[in-house]
Design a binder for this molecule. Structure first.
Ligand code: GLP
Length: 249
């Protein structure tokens, strides 16, 4: 079916279907999901959609803006609106203390990282407190953009006491592999998950629109001795992750 036919209002646009921009947004979503509007294809211009649907341009613009916010449509300066490539969603279990590399490998995805920061730095007062350090102590810090199957997934900033990771430059791929080798792999952790909207720079790195939904996950992990091994804040793309918790009576 052609896009023009698909957008003809008969059959989906009605008096009782709620606000008209919502009806149009839903129609476009259906088009994207069913493949009438395939990834990377361009959306007809606002003016044309208004003509086909008999809706005002303001209504059409509002529907499109919502889809931009949801990350389904991308507006490219000077060349119009395009359907974004659908993101592969990844499920992560909340039961096991696994690494990013392991999580992705179990789904058959290869992990790559872009280094944003890696070195030894003076600990902030908050790090001193959480990591149980003395004032003025130094810490190993690692900040990475983590990708799986070539797609950006998360921004991850890990801070570790130097006792746990004396040389952050040793981490080439998996942090937990290095900790394993050093005999410092954490055995339990506490995670705090909260919803956020990604700021400009974070959104750019994760290749999503500014303000897109994300998940912030703070993991504090411990060695068997109870010593804090790692404090990591990760920002995950909201459209790429499902966190799954198993509950038992
Ligand atoms: C997860 C955790 C982080 C941990 C990382 C280690 O993403 N949220 O707290 O630092 O895994 O992953 P890797 O061993 O792949 O570097």
């Amino acid at each position: 079916m052609s896009v023009v036919e698909f957008l003809k209002p008969e059959g989906w646009l009605g008096e009782n279907g709620g606000p008209r921009y919502v009806q149009l947004r839903q129609r476009l979503e259906t088009g994207i999901k069913s493949g009438v509007l395939p990834p990377n294809s361009s959306l007809p211009p606002e003016r044309e959609i208004a003509e086909i649907t008999d809706l005002s341009r303001v209504t059409v613009r509002k529907a499109i803006q919502e889809l931009v916010r949801e990350g389904l449509i991308e507006q490219r300066q000077g060349s119009g609106s395009f359907i974004r490539e659908a993101t592969k969603r990844v499920e992560q279990s909340l039961r096991h203390l696994t690494s990013f590399t392991e999580d992705m490998a179990s789904r058959g995805l290869d992990t790559t990282s872009q280094w944003l920061e890696r070195g030894v730095f003076l600990a902030t007062p908050a790090e001193v407190k959480v990591l149980g350090l003395l004032d003025g102590a130094e810490v190993a810090r690692i900040y990475r953009l983590r990708e799986a199957g070539g797609q950006p997934m998360a921004l991850e900033r890990a801070t570790l006491p130097l006792e746990i990771l004396p040389n952050p430059l040793e981490v080439k791929t998996s942090l937990y592999d290095v900790l394993d080798r050093l005999g410092h792999r954490p055995v339990n952790a506490v995670q705090k998950i909260s919803a956020i909207n990604l700021k400009t720079r974070e959104a750019d790195l994760l290749d999503v629109p500014e303000g897109a939904a994300g998940l912030s996950i703070e993991r504090t992990s411990y060695l068997a001795s109870g010593r804090v091994a790692e404090l990591t804040r990760s920002l995950y793309r909201g459209d790429a992750y499902d966190f799954v918790a198993e509950l038992r009576l």
